[in-house]
Design a protein around this ligand. Structure first.
Ligand code: HEC
Length: 167
């Protein structure tokens, strides 16, 4: 009786070994062959295609947001600014204060649309160190209060200047 049980068990185990070996494609190149098989049936490409679509819509959304921001910042076009603004501020805030250049965000935030008072307060606070920013502070350190007022006045006029250019 014991012998029969052992015999049946052995047969079963050997059978299982053969079965799993064949199933795992060991005879056809093992794991590597399976990977190649997976590549072959096109299912991976489908996944990649879906990922691409999602990526694209994300980028489109971003583009739309950027466009909205630029429109808000009066991207309607360039308008006249002083050489002073151009040389000292436009490299970070954009020639029109939009904070964008060629669709890319620049180092400084948009300042277009802020009032003269808002700009002036920011500048004074930067200079005094109440508003902490090394870049702006370094820039304003050598400017007089009059200069800050002049910049504030000019930037405060940006929306009106943009509108004038449009008409
Ligand atoms: C080297 C780059 C750079 C230049 C040049 C520069 N800025 Fe800035 N500016 C910044 C950065 C960065 C900030 C953001 C600081 C923060 O909020 O921490 C900023 C912030 C500001 C703000 C506050 C905006 C807000 O909404 O908080 C004003 C106003 C401003 N700048 C005006 C100017 C003026 C006027 C000039 C020219 C005299 C100028 N900036 C030149 C980089 C620059």
């Amino acid at each position: 009786m014991k012998n029969i049980v052992v015999g049946v068990l052995t047969l079963f185990i050997v059978g299982l070994m053969v079965f799993t070996a064949m199933d795992d494609a060991v005879f056809h190149g093992g794991h590597q062959a399976k990977v190649i098989e997976d590549f072959g049936d096109g299912s991976n490409q489908k996944v990649a295609a879906i990922a691409q679509v999602e990526e694209k819509s994300d980028r489109e959304k971003e583009d739309e947001e950027l466009k909205a921001l630029r429109d808000k910042a009066g991207n309607a076009g360039a308008f006249k600014v002083s050489n002073e603004y151009k040389s000292k501020c436009s490299s970070c805030h954009g020639v029109n204060g939009s904070g964008f250049q060629n669709g890319k965000a620049m180092m400084g935030p948009p300042i277009f649309g802020q009032s003269e008072e808002e700009i002036y307060t920011s500048l004074v606070d930067f200079k005094a160190g109440r508003k902490e920013n090394m870049v702006m502070k370094g820039l304003l350190m050598h400017l007089e209060d009059e200069d800050l007022k002049r910049f504030a006045k000019e930037i405060g006029e940006f929306p009106a200047r943009a509108k004038e250019e449009q008409n």
